[in-house]
Ligand binder design. Structure first.
Ligand code: ZN
Length: 387
């Protein structure tokens, strides 16, 4: 920063020129000061980058990222029996995720027997309050040729793209980006996290989960049996719980603002007999109320579990054909439904806007210091000139 000595040692300078330069610096610092809103990260969400992440994850198991030692000759990210028994593709994805989050400057750790990858952006004012944006990166319950392009390279790519843009800002609350393992074994990774990190850790920072956004399958909206069926986004939560309802409404309000083309559909049949509508992915353990705990959480998906399991809305679910290249080239794809990257990008924009608003985006310290420096120099220069 400017010292008085340094200032006085400046060569004689045209006062007007000096003031203009300082004023320009001050104006340049303004975007970093008080002007930042959730629109800034939302508008940085890139469909091109999202697509690149999704394709990388879909191709895990071919050694394209990790080298020949990860090439198993087919695509798969199986780890339902724990990472010790995981497929090469899962381990390649694990390496990829850690490298990507680390390159973003986030604090990265690997948690539990199913290798959840946790990347953290620490809050500046309320670090003990945590927002989570997540998706499972494993696929599926056995080690066969199964690329899982939609389930769930699509959601994991959304977590990466959200992390890429949000990591460029600071927030009052902590934001954690989590790629879950073991989901296909019935949410084994997220159960491990809720039981062993959220509830048992002595650090209060791990206990105060203020909101979870979990993306599981966000690339193939529409129904196979009805190709013209509306392409909506389905939300699952415990609507009868005030905290969950409020969290879901924050997401719906963000969708209206940041992705007005997105049709958002709350899944209303969340009774105990159909508990899987809010439970059947990694948001579930946060809302199961084991030991009485309930954390506001939201399932974000192209179809409800009921639609996928019982109404056959996704003919490629858990098959060898769940990949962008196979769908596009499959003569049996009668419905003609393929991956919809516009749809997924809108989902990621909404998730980023929701987190940026809830965790509260703050001005960049560098911008504040620059502005303060400019004001001090101008004041000192003005007083010197007046003497
Ligand atoms: Zn899934």
């Amino acid at each position: 920063m400017f010292s008085r000595k340094a200032l006085e040692s400046y060569p004689p300078c045209n006062a007007l020129c000096f003031r203009i330069v300082v004023a320009i610096l001050a104006v340049l610092s303004l975007p970093c000061f008080g002007q930042i809103t959730p629109w800034n990260p939302v508008n940085q969400v890139s469909q091109t980058q999202y697509t690149a992440y999704q394709l990388s994850l879909q191709n895990m198991g071919l050694g394209l990222y990790g080298g020949p030692s990860y090439d198993q000759g087919y695509r798969n990210r199986y780890n339902a029996a724990g990472t010790a028994n995981a497929s090469l593709g899962f381990n390649e994805a694990r390496l990829f995720l850690k490298d990507q989050f680390t390159a973003m400057g986030l604090a990265v750790s690997e948690q539990g027997a199913y290798s959840n990858i946790v990347a953290e952006l620490k809050g500046t004012e309320n670090p003990q309050q945590v927002y989570i944006i997540s998706g499972h990166y494993d696929h599926r319950e056995d080690n066969t040729d199964a690329p899982g392009g939609d389930d769930n390279a699509s959601g994991t790519a959304g977590v990466l793209e959200a992390a890429r843009v949000l990591s460029q800002y600071h927030f009052k609350s902590t934001v954690r980006f989590i790629a879950w393992g073991g989901e296909e074994g019935w949410m084994l990774g997220s159960w491990d996290y809720v039981r062993n990190v959220v509830k048992k850790n002595s650090d209060p920072a791990n206990q105060n989960v203020a909101g979870v956004l979990n993306m599981d399958m966000i690339l193939r909206p529409g129904w196979d049996s009805q190709p013209d069926h509306v392409k909506d986004l389905d939300l699952g939560t415990r609507w009868e719980k005030a905290g969950c309802l409020d969290w879901a409404n924050q997401f719906r309000n963000s969708a209206a603002l940041y992705a007005p083309d997105l049709i958002v559909n709350p899944i209303t049949h969340g009774s105990e007999s159909e508990y899987y509508e809010w439970y059947a992915s990694d948001q579930g353990p946060f809302m199961r109320m084991e030991d009485g705990y309930l954390y506001p959480s939201l399932m974000i998906a192209e179809n409800t579990a009921n639609e996928i399991w019982y109404k056959g809305t996704n003919a490629y679910y858990h098959t060898f054909n769940d990949a962008s290249d196979r769908l596009a080239n499959d003569p049996n794809n009668g419905s003609g439904i393929t991956y919809d990257y516009d749809f997924a990008t809108n989902v990621v924009r909404t998730a980023v806007g929701t987190i940026a608003a809830a965790a509260v985006i703050v001005p960049e310290p560098s911008g504040l210091f620059l502005l303060l420096g400019c004001v001090l120099v101008l004041r000192r220069r003005t007083s010197r000139t007046a003497q």
